[in-house]
Write a new protein. Structure first.
Length: 318
């Protein structure tokens, strides 16, 4: 059953750019003037332009699997210490086509698998635009994310998720992968005017490719992270570094273009056994800056018009 709305099921719909398959037949359920809980499978449509959560509560809770929620261009406002939309321990939930704002988290997926978020604007949330907590095989793409503390936050054990074609700006961190967030794919994102575009903390085996990051403090920050692959990214006009590694090892960087960063194209501190190949690095102060870093491999990089091509401090380098 559904609070303050009626339920429905639908065979299939075309939602935005994505073809979504629902469950059976009948007509959709509507959110008209209030928040509520979805606890049956089906298609649901928000039918008003604005919904504001009462009494500091989460506005829309989803506790059923196989749900499609079409926000239908609406603005969903949660509360300072809750979420606009909270999805809990379910599978195959899709949310699309609206705005979540001025909450603690815009959309919070907890223990969700095979979920999707498409064409959602997440802005002015106190913690994160999108928060994934121990979720896997989710696809979050084609979203606009700005003025949050974190644009995307993946907590521990959020694995095998795809985050692509998002535009992310004016956050503290655009994408933050916390300890144990592994095997995720982040690609074709445009990330600018943040402190760190991508921050990986103690995370491994993630693939970051074809992202454009600019006008941040740091482009890609790997902290205590290993076995990640970063390819075909562009990092430019960042006030510190394009790629920043601290205590990180066995990562691969190839075919990246890194230029016009105020300090370093690539910065390594206490990092080892990383591989850098076929990168194009130019017009930075340091092309590569290495501090107490060793056993890194450099091959076929094009490095030019930097004040210092390679700068090594306190380093044993092969």
């Amino acid at each position: 059953m559904v609070s303050n709305m009626y339920n429905t099921k639908l065979c299939s719909i075309f939602l935005g750019l994505i073809f979504l398959t629902a469950l059976s037949s009948s007509s959709p359920g509507f959110f008209n003037n209030s928040c509520g809980t979805i606890n049956e499978s089906g298609l649901y449509i928000v039918n008003v332009s604005n919904i504001v959560s009462p009494n500091g509560l989460t506005c829309i809770n989803i506790t059923a699997s196989n749900v499609v929620l079409n926000l239908n261009g609406s603005n969903i406002k949660g509360a300072n210490y809750n979420s606009s939309i909270f999805v809990f321990k379910v599978a195959n939930v899709t949310i699309a086509n609206g705005t979540v704002k001025s909450s603690y988290n815009g959309i919070y997926f907890q223990n969700v698998t095979n979920g999707s978020i498409f064409h959602v604007t997440a802005s002015d949330n106190f913690n994160s635009g999108f928060y994934l907590d121990s979720g896997s095989n989710n696809n979050i793409s084609f979203n606009n994310v700005y003025n949050n503390f974190y644009g995307f936050y993946l907590s521990s054990y959020s694995n095998n998720n795809t985050l692509s074609y998002n535009t992310v700006y004016n956050n503290s961190d655009g994408f933050y992968l916390d300890s144990g967030s592994n095997y995720n794919t982040l690609s074709f994102n445009i990330v600018y005017d943040n402190i760190d575009s991508f921050y990986l903390y103690s995370s491994s085996n993630n693939k970051l490719s074809y992202n454009a990051v600019y006008n941040n403090t740091r482009g890609f920050y790997l902290d205590s992270s290993s076995n990640n692959t970063l390819t075909n990214n562009t990092a430019y006009n960042n006030s510190n570094s394009g790629f920043h590694l601290v205590l990180s090892y066995n990562n691969t960087f190839s075919n990246n273009t890194v230029y016009n960063n105020s300090k370093s194209g690539f910065y390594l501190s206490s990092s080892y056994n990383n591989t850098f190949s076929n990168n194009n690095v130019y017009n930075n102060f340091y092309g590569f800056y290495l501090s107490s870093s060793y056993n890194n491999t450099f091959s076929n990089n094009t490095v030019y018009n930097n004040t210092y091509k390679f700068y090594r401090c306190c380093t044993t380098q092969s």
